[in-house]
Every structure is written in structure tokens, then in C-alpha cells.
Ligand binder design. Sequence first.
Ligand SMILES: Cc1cc2nc3c(=O)[nH]c(=O)nc-3n(C[C@H](O)[C@H](O)[C@H](O)COP(=O)(O)OP(=O)(O)OC[C@H]3O[C@@H](n4cnc5c(N)ncnc54)[C@H](O)[C@@H]3O)c2cc1C
Length: 391
Amino acid sequence: MSIKKVLIIGAGVSGLSTAIFLKKAGIKSEVFETFPYTRVEESSFRINKSGVNILNELGVLDKIKKNSHSADSLRLLTTNNNELAKFNLMQRSSAFSDRSIFMKRSDLIEILLDEAKQLGITINSHKKLIKLDQSENSVTAYFEDGSNAEGSIIVGADGLNSTVRKQIYSDSQVSYAKSWALYGVASLDDMKSEIATDLETGDEMIYVDQNFALFLAKSHPTSDLNLSWQVSSYNERKLPKQDHELKNEDIIKKDLITNFQITGPLKEIILKTKKIIPKQLHTVTNLPSFSKWRAVLIGDAAHGINPNTGYGSTIAMEDALYVAKMLKSYDFHDAFYFFEHDRKDRIQAIQQLVETFDLSKGFDLSGGFDIGLFSGSTFDQNYKLKWNDQE
Ligand SMILES: Cc1cc2nc3c(=O)[nH]c(=O)nc-3n(C[C@H](O)[C@H](O)[C@H](O)COP(=O)(O)OP(=O)(O)OC[C@H]3O[C@@H](n4cnc5c(N)ncnc54)[C@H](O)[C@@H]3O)c2cc1C
């Protein structure tokens, strides 16, 4: 039952990482992606320590270092610029591979694409999966352009709206996660305030209020668009698209400032922001398993981690390493079983983080600051996966 070829659907963080790890395992794979890669200046994401460790295992850490920012402290402020607390992120004396970082998604994708190409991995674009068939010996993927591809197994790394997931579990759903978000991109050079200097030199910041949390971080050491912010706010009922996703950017800025009474340096940052991407948050529900026969789901396709956890890309890369590692040692039935068995608790604990501590609800500071706001997390913050257990 040896694996001749793995079909990977999606050239995002999880798909590209899986292809690179499978190459390390000596397993042939081919990646199929709907869109040809074009650089988009989007917002950025946090990659936690465990994710940075995986980037080390992928062999791309030097490039990551040149394209990311790692802060030393996190400051907690009110929307009218009163500092509530400053936390040492306990990173100062650690090696880079042990730090948490912030970087642009496009930089990460470009580094992974480059690595995959150097390893001779085939990445096909304009290949939108529309259907898959599984048989006794193989799986066939059918694409929108009329072509198809055959492999031994298929990895659904095709994100939150995964077609692989819909094909194998048609009852699974993408459910509204009760908060809206805005992702902003700006340039620190445009800002005159002191907090711009603090962001430049080593602080991350969270501005909070009731039902409001706005996170700010530098995301690149040299690029012009080096400031990234994201705000999320709890909202029981989904917003109509015209009031969020389709809203004019200037009105978004004006409403944000007015509704949350934002003043001073934060107001300057919002007004000088160059691009804002509005999203409403969603997660995957009603999924009986991460796999079915010859198909396995990883990353957002499997669990759609709430971005408010700050763990989406980290978990996607952990999934990639682990599924490839299991396929290196076991037949695919066992590999998929072990993947789900060994990863599920970790994923659930991270998902539960938003149940115990949902950043989009902000902090109700009317009764004063309480350290209990930060309690309730149950996952292991020192979780570390190794590609080679002998090392
Ligand atoms: C365009 C984009 C921008 C994002 N920006 C941010 C951000 O600014 N901040 C943040 O925190 N997170 C962002 N994310 C989400 C973040 O990348 C993911 O949460 C995380 O990295 C998990 O990655 P993933 O590889 O599982 O899924 P994704 O990153 O969603 O990648 C899935 C890939 O599969 C492809 N695909 C989907 N359907 C098909 C199909 N039928 N056939 C072939 N290919 C398909 C998609 O085009 C995409 O490239 C973004 C995701 C995308 C796709």
C-alpha cells in the first residue's frame, strides 16, 4: 500500500509546508492551487514559538528572520491612550527559533514557494478542485478547467471554504464565530507619535475597551508597509455585507474612531492606514473526522482556528509537519488516524481559548483591571514538534 503520489489541494501555508515535509520524507507530492501567486499587501499574522520552530524544521528560518519582526514586550492600553500594563514577552534572551514573531502572509508564502520550487516540487495554478473520487487504489481530483489528476491520497489544505471537506463531509459547515474584524496595513514612517517609535523598537500593543480589542505590531524589518493592526469586536448577529465587507474604507475609519471613542496616536494610525480588509470571523463545525479514507484535511480546512487566538498559521504548520511525519512512518490509514488522535487535543485547547478568553469581547474595565482576565487557558505554551525524534 505504498504511496506513489500525494495530491495537495491549496498552496497556502499548510499546503506548501506539507509538500516540503513530504519531500523530506521521500514522498512525492504535487500541489494544485486555484490562483496563480500574486503579491497582495494584506495584513500580517502572528506565528507563535511552536510555529517558528516548524519554520526552523522546514529549513527557512534565515529567510524568515529577514522578513519578520519579533517584539520584546506587549503593552495594554485603553482607547484614550492610558497604559494599563506592560508585559515582558520573555523573548529577550531566547534564540530566534524560540521567539514568537509577526510577519506578512505574502512574505511567508513567498519563502515557502521558493523553498518548494528549489526542492523540485510541482505547484500548479489555475487548478481549482471541484470534485474528487476515491477508489480502492487511488484518488482522482477533478479541476474546473476540465483536467484531472490521480494520486494515492489527497490532502485538503484548501482553507476555510475547503472543497475537499465538502466532498468528503457534505454536512460540515462554516459557522459565524460571532465577531467581526478589520485588518489594517500602514507605514510606521508616516506616524509622528511616540507609540510609533515604541512599535519600531520592540513593543506590540493591544488597545482595549468593552467589546473591542485592537492589536498593533511591526511586521517587517525594512519594508515600507511595516505596520499591521487588527481589530475585532464581538457581535452576536452577523453584519450585512454592505455594513462591513462592502463598506467604504473612509467610512470604516470614521466609524471605528467614533464608535470606540479613539483619540490621540491610535486615531492617527487609523487615519493614516493605507489599506483595510474587513472580515467576519468563521469556523468549521459539524466535522466528524479530519479524514475519510484516502483524503485528509489540515489547517483551516480542518478546523478554521479563530484568528483571535493568534494561532491560525502556527496550527496549520504544525498539522503539516505532523501529517507528513506520520506518512513517513506508517501506511496512510494509520497515519491519518495518528494525525487526528495526536493533534486533536492540542487543536481543541487552542479553539477553546476563545471560549475562556475571547479578545473580540475586549475587557470591561469599568470595575478596574483584574488579572483574572488572563486566566483560563489550558494549552501547553511550550508545545514543540520535531521532524526527527532522534535529534
Ligand atoms: C488570501 C488570504 C489572505 C489571508 N490573510 C490573512 C491575514 O492577513 N492575517 C491572518 O491572520 N490570516 C490570514 N489568512 C489566513 C491564514 O493564512 C490561515 O488562517 C492560516 O495560515 C492557515 O492556512 P491554510 O493553508 O490552512 O489555509 P489558507 O491560507 O486559506 O490557504 C488555502 C489555499 O487553498 C486555495 N484553495 C481554496 N480552495 C481551493 C480549490 N477548490 N482548489 C484549489 N485551491 C484552493 C486558496 O486559494 C489558498 O491559497 C489569509 C488567507 C488567505 C487565503
